[in-house]
Design a protein around this ligand. Structure first.
Ligand code: HEM
Length: 221
């Protein structure tokens, strides 16, 4: 339920990071409250609305910020790579795409691995800080959204680490081996490897979009 909904707010089964002591009556008022720190500062004296102490709420706010920024880097970078850079690579000359693969792709892969790890790490810390595994109860809409979001996220992480990344690095290795042998023609398996790399990167992005849809859904409760 959006914070500005006219329906009475249900009793919440768990602490949340956007609890507010005065409920906004419109999206604009909600934004004003958020901008003026309505969540945190109005609760300085005493416990916050969902029974969360100030320190826990502040830590959750910081962890949520770190979690969301890491997720933006992971998902945003993935979308950019799968839908813009990958297809453009196919249109470069073999020499240019080879140089790009050898000099740029390993750094890109490292970037994804770091932000994928940070997204999961901050997500797990946030979950722990807000109440732990009990929040994942599928009997509430909040718990169900969070459970589905985290499940898609973990599947995306495993698929990326153990399927997509090894294929991307195999494409890099093929070009390195070709250059080391003084050749100019990529091996026959190269185009198939690049195609597979693009497909698996797209699968990661789709799983991440599903994860973020459910995470944002959870944020509405
Ligand atoms: C194991 C993995 C993950 C865990 C345990 C986790 C956990 C959480 C938790 C506890 C929240 C706070 C929900 C609330 O508002 O009460 C959250 C929010 C969020 N998460 Fe995750 N998360 C994970 C992965 C991801 C991934 C992969 C993405 C996106 C690529 C993502 C995107 C978000 C976003 C955008 C929010 C903010 C939602 C909002 O408040 O509107 N999370 N996450």
């Amino acid at each position: 339920m959006p914070p500005w909904s006219s329906e009475p707010r249900p009793a919440l089964p768990m602490p949340g990071i956007r609890a507010s002591s005065s409920r906004p009556n419109s999206p604009l008022e909600g934004m004003q409250q958020a901008l003026h720190g309505g969540v945190v500062w109005s609760n300085l004296s005493g416990t916050c609305t969902r029974g969360m102490g100030f320190a826990v709420m502040l830590t959750s706010w910081i962890l949520a910020w770190l979690h969301v920024v890491s997720a933006i880097c992971w998902l945003g970078g993935g979308i950019m790579f799968a839908f813009v850079v990958g297809p453009a690579l196919a249109r470069l000359s073999p020499a240019s795409s080879g140089e790009f693969l050898v000099k740029v792709v390993p750094r890109v892969v490292m970037f994804f691995q770091v932000f994928a790890g940070l997204t999961i790490l901050f997500g797990v810390l946030l979950l722990y800080n807000m109440g732990g595994l009990g929040l994942l109860s599928p009997s509430s809409s909040y718990g169900l959204d969070l459970t589905l979001g985290a499940t898609f996220a973990i599947v995306a992480f495993v698929e990326s680490e153990f399927v997509a990344v090894p294929i991307q690095l195999r494409a890099v290795r093929l070009i390195r081996e070709m250059l080391a042998a003084g050749g100019h023609q990529p091996p026959a398996e190269f185009p198939r490897t690049v195609r597979l790399a693009t497909i698996t990167a797209t699968v990661t992005v789709v799983l991440l979009i599903l994860a973020s849809i459910f995470m944002v859904g959870a944020g509405f409760y």
